[in-house]
Design a protein. Structure first.
Lengths: 111, 325
């Protein structure tokens, strides 16, 4: 009986481990920004110099990625599930927003 | 049956309770008459039953002006909230064509297209050609100026306009002003008119007498409804300051895909339903994105706005009509 119980516990432990692994897999990759519910997620992302960051729009409404200086990062309008990438070649703080919905703001810190 | 008025402080036939009750009716077919800044309302049922004091406003005397506002047709949108935005725009046009008096013109308050694509604008134009109305006047929504700062929009709809597409015209004694507040938006900000347009507006109304009824139309609401969702215009108050001296100002907006009304002094603010999909009431959802309602409910939250003006009476009546009740 005790052995059977231990067996169950082991199975549960394996299941928990499996769930953990799948959660870990679904986490956004470190250089990805998801646009969801009119927000950039994560709102602040820190990456090393040379990183290519990819934005993906998960909303039913188009969004853009535009630097606050309006010239460094300039994406076209991204429809649902469309992606946009930009490679950061210099260290610094890059503030950006959605030019269609300017209350949506984000920041990429390049170190 | 009419409700008893409990507190009639202004002897205008409306109390706070009555006002709130009529606000609850917004979007379900209500006639609004605004005289000297005072808002009165009757439901469509009361009017058609002949019990309404405002029935006369629907029987238009000679010299009366009737026009229709439509908004946010979002041609090109095909997500769950409405997979047939062409069909619902066509239904809106059919409603306009069924009005007892054909409107003098239609005001489209922006977001004609969903993604500023040429084919989307072409489809809008084709559908609107079937409208029995003299002319269509446009202002752009943010969805009409994607990727090119409104260049294509201006090429198509900007004839006889100034700057980014703003203009004014007169009809039946009413001065109409179309404003553009969807371009050059600043990070963290709301809709914006910009200095050049504000200067033009100040100059445009300078020579008008204070008894000229004014109708201003623009895509994003000119008054602040919900800044967290960007529902307002940063320099809207400055634009309105040029209009404060006029006895009757009506501000018609779209963008928020639902009706909302506010009266401030002699200025009446009104937003129209979309012909494409509804959006949630301020703060009631994680974001202002398209709201999916049961299929049988969709046409009760989409619609058109019919506006009537009787010359010399300085009053405008605004009727919101859903595609189906």
């Amino acid at each position: 009986m005790k052995r059977i119980l231990l067996g169950y516990a082991g199975a549960i432990a394996l299941m928990v481990l499996a769930i953990h692994t799948s959660i870990a897999r679904e986490k956004p990759v470190p250089n990805e920004v998801t646009i969801d519910n009119f927000s950039f997620l994560p709102q602040t992302l820190t990456v090393p110099v040379g990183t290519t960051v990819m934005w993906i729009n998960r909303d039913d409404i188009p969004h853009t990625v535009l630097s606050t200086d309006r010239k460094t990062i300039v994406s076209p309008a991204l429809d649902t599930d469309e992606k946009f990438s930009y490679t950061f070649t210099a260290a610094g703080t890059n503030d950006y927003y959605c030019s269609v919905h300017p209350h949506m703001k984000g920041r990429i810190i390049v170190q | 049956m009419r409700d008893k008025i409990i507190h009639d402080h202004h002897h205008d036939g409306i109390d706070r309770r009555g006002f709130l009750k009529c606000m609850a009716w917004v979007g379900t077919g209500v006639l609004f008459t605004v005289t000297g800044g005072i808002l009165r309302s009757e439901t469509i049922t009361q009017i058609t039953a002949g019990a309404g004091a405002l029935k006369g406003a629907l029987v238009r005397p000679k010299g009366a002006l009737s026009f229709v506002q439509i908004s946010d047709s979002h041609i090109g949108f095909s997500k769950d909230a409405n997979k047939d935005v062409v069909g619902t725009l066509q239904e809106a046009i059919a409603r306009i064509n069924a009005l007892p008096t054909p409107p003098a013109f239609i005001l489209h308050t922006g977001d004609l297209s969903h993604l500023s694509k040429a084919a989307e604008f072409d489809a809008v134009d084709q559908i609107l050609r079937s409208a029995k109305a003299g002319q269509v006047f446009y202002v752009p929504g943010e969805h009409d100026v994607l990727n090119d700062n409104g260049k294509q929009y201006l090429g198509r709809y900007g004839k006889n306009t100034q700057g980014d597409g703003w203009y004014s015209f007169d009809h039946s004694g009413v001065h109409f002003i179309g404003l553009v507040n969807v371009l050059n938006l600043k990070a963290g900000g709301l809709g914006a008119l910009g200095t050049e347009q504000l200067e033009w507006l100040e100059d445009d109304v300078k020579g008008l007498s204070i008894d000229t009824p004014i109708v201003v139309f623009a895509h994003i609401p000119l008054w602040t409804i919900y800044p967290d969702w960007g529902w307002g215009t940063d320099d809207g108050a400055q634009a309105l300051s040029y209009l404060k001296r006029f006895g009757s100002v009506t501000v018609l907006n779209g963008h928020i895909h639902q009706t909302m009304q506010k009266v401030e002094g002699n200025i009446t603010f009104h937003t129209a339903m979309s012909t494409a999909f509804p959006q949630p009431a301020p703060g009631t959802a994680p974001s202002p994105g398209p709201m999916k309602v049961p299929a049988e409910k969709l046409r009760s939250v989409l619609g058109i706005t019919d506006v009537n003006y009787i010359e010399g009476k300085s009053s405008l009546a605004i009727i919101d009509s859903p595609l189906a009740s």
